[in-house]
Design a protein around this ligand. Structure first.
Ligand code: GLU
Length: 368
């Protein structure tokens, strides 16, 4: 998978790329980054940015020292800094005619199925509208026990949720080295990691963990999540201007290539549910539609069993009660009872509010 073939790309930028050691904002860099994003967007690639910097910019505004602030105070600082961060993006990205939106996530939003499914839909709708979502952890409410704490792993979860092809972690080092490059002159950049387990045995992660703002450990954790999700990952040095074009032109970075196809990863996740919460019995017309890769609509549903919520795993049975597919429901069982047998454009009237039109979206379904 090369960057130019990636339809969805998640890019994570660390605070040190936005604010330098003298607490100066790296405006020129951000402009060059926006220009890179514009180029990708021109090629119809969908982009999500995961950006740190709320605390760094909050500290800058308040003239506080980042190292000396405690958690509850850092939450307030993040609240002050997040708006600074978005203003900075907005100011810069507008110049390149890029529309941005903000998504603040907590750990539960990505770990809980129903919430992650909701987040996925929001990302998809923003892509449809042509916007570039900018994500950060919701530091203002995340406490230490329920916190990612590092945006590397958050970014990998975002890559998984959005079904991204590639995650780029822009760091302040060129990539993963055989040893800590700041100490050992003979440290070599590892350009490609094919087998994470095997390749990592040959390097001492502990020894190289001090370099890079989030450390190498969280980046390796992020790689594990991505690779299982069928998403490739890059660690590259983001300190240079036009950091994305640089990856494309020079390819001086570390690539972790996923061997799992995205479809397989999703299928595994959907099929691996040990306890589907209910079943939907469909008519022959709907069965035929599923066979040709279409979503399940309310009109083709004859009966349901079980009580379930949005996002729960559901079996899909034909009228002979043979399981023909499995998927994640976009509606609760109560809602389906009200809408089954009806045309999709009647759903809003029947439920009294606006919802999706597919009961199980094709992306959330695996035919058996
Ligand atoms: N969410 C934090 C912030 O915006 C940064 C976390 C990280 O650097 O990984 O300040």
């Amino acid at each position: 998978m090369y960057l130019k073939n990636s339809k969805i790309i998640v890019i994570k930028i660390g605070s040190s790329l936005l604010v330098d050691n003298n607490k100066k904002i790296r405006k020129k860099w951000l402009s060059s980054f926006a220009k890179d994003i514009q180029k990708l967007k021109d090629k119809n690639q969908k982009i999500v940015i995961v950006s740190s910097g709320a605390i760094a910019l909050g500290c800058k505004k308040m003239n506080f020292n980042k190292k000396s602030i405690k958690l509850d105070k850092s939450q307030a600082i993040a609240s002050i800094g997040q708006i600074e961060l978005m203003n900075l993006f907005s100011e810069t990205f507008t110049k390149y005619k890029l529309n941005i939106s903000q998504i603040l996530l907590t750990l539960e939003d990505t770990e809980e199925r129903r919430r992650s499914l909701n987040a996925k839909r929001t990302f998809e709708n923003l892509f449809d509208l042509g916007f570039v979502p900018i994500v950060n952890e919701n530091d203002t409410i995340a406490t230490s026990e329920i916190k990612y704490g590092d945006n590397d792993r958050l970014a990998s979860r975002v890559a998984q949720i959005t079904n991204a092809d590639t995650l780029i972690l822009l760091s302040d080092v060129d990539g993963l080295y055989t040893k800590n490059p700041k100490i050992f002159k003979d440290a070599k950049l590892i350009k490609k990691v094919d087998d994470l387990k095997k390749d990592l045995k040959e390097i001492n992660i502990k020894g190289i963990n001090e370099y890079g703002s989030g450390g190498m450990q969280t980046k390796i954790e992020a790689a594990k999540i991505c690779l299982l999700a069928g998403c490739s990952m890059i660690i590259a040095n983001g300190l240079y201007t036009n950091p994305i074009s640089r990856i494309i032109d020079k390819n001086y970075c570390t690539w972790f290539s996923s061997k799992v196809s995205k479809l397989d990863a999703r299928k595994k996740w959907i099929i691996s549910s040990v306890a589907p919460k209910g079943a939907i019995i469909i008519d022959d017309g709907a069965k035929k539609a599923l066979r040709s890769g279409k979503s399940l609509l309310a009109a083709g549903i004859k009966k349901i069993t079980g009580k379930f919520n949005k996002g729960d795993h559901i079996k899909i049975l034909d009228k002979k009660n043979t399981e023909c597919a499995r998927g994640l429901s976009s509606f609760t069982s109560e809602e389906i009872i009200k809408i089954m047998g009806h045309h999709s454009n009647e759903i809003e009237k029947l439920l009294g509010y606006v919802t999706k039109s597919e009961v199980i979206h094709k992306d959330d379904m695996v035919e058996l």
